[in-house]
Design a protein around this ligand. Structure first.
Ligand SMILES: [Zn+2]
Length: 156
């Protein structure tokens, strides 16, 4: 198992590996104002205790500006089941972008595509997800699954 690691580039904290209770969550407490930017792209997993520490951290940051970038699918499932993972339903807009499963009907490529959540919207009671282009054959790819279920955290 790859141990959880934290690095910082410019103003964003990048989390990676397997996050458990030994992860240095305290390093994420901002010393001053400003937005806490977290990038989860390289996170491979999170233990129950790691999750509790993340939830506790967000509770202490209740009135602060926090932004979640590039959340992998495992985080999307957590967001849908436990809104506390991003600080509660009223903070759904903290999630800036996430990965979603797409498939190419032409060449069958299956890939997780990064979706900016500002591009996910309702139209006539239907949740519209952005299109994506296959990087192998340039065809238009389709989101796999039910957008209403996958993106529940954006409106539920
Ligand atoms: Zn293709």
């Amino acid at each position: 198992m790859v141990k959880g690691m934290l690095s910082k580039r410019e103003e964003t904290f990048f989390l990676s590996g397997f996050i458990d209770e030994t992860f240095e969550f305290s390093a994420l407490l901002p010393s001053q104002g400003g937005q806490l930017k977290l990038n989860f792209q390289a996170v491979l997993g999170i233990s129950s205790l790691g999750l509790r520490h993340l939830i506790d951290l967000l509770a202490t940051l209740e009135n602060k500006s926090v932004a979640f970038f590039e959340c992998p699918r495992l985080f999307v499932e957590l967001f849908n089941h436990m809104p506390q993972v991003y600080g509660g339903r009223r903070h759904a807009r903290r999630i800036v972008s996430c990965y979603a499963p797409y498939c190419c009907p032409a060449c069958s490529l299956s890939v997780d595509v990064l979706v900016p959540l500002e591009s996910v919207r309702f139209d006539c009671h239907e949740l519209i997800v952005p299109s994506a282009k296959c990087h192998i054959c340039r065809s238009a790819m389709n989101f796999i699954g039910d957008p209403m279920e996958y993106f529940l955290f954006t409106y539920g």
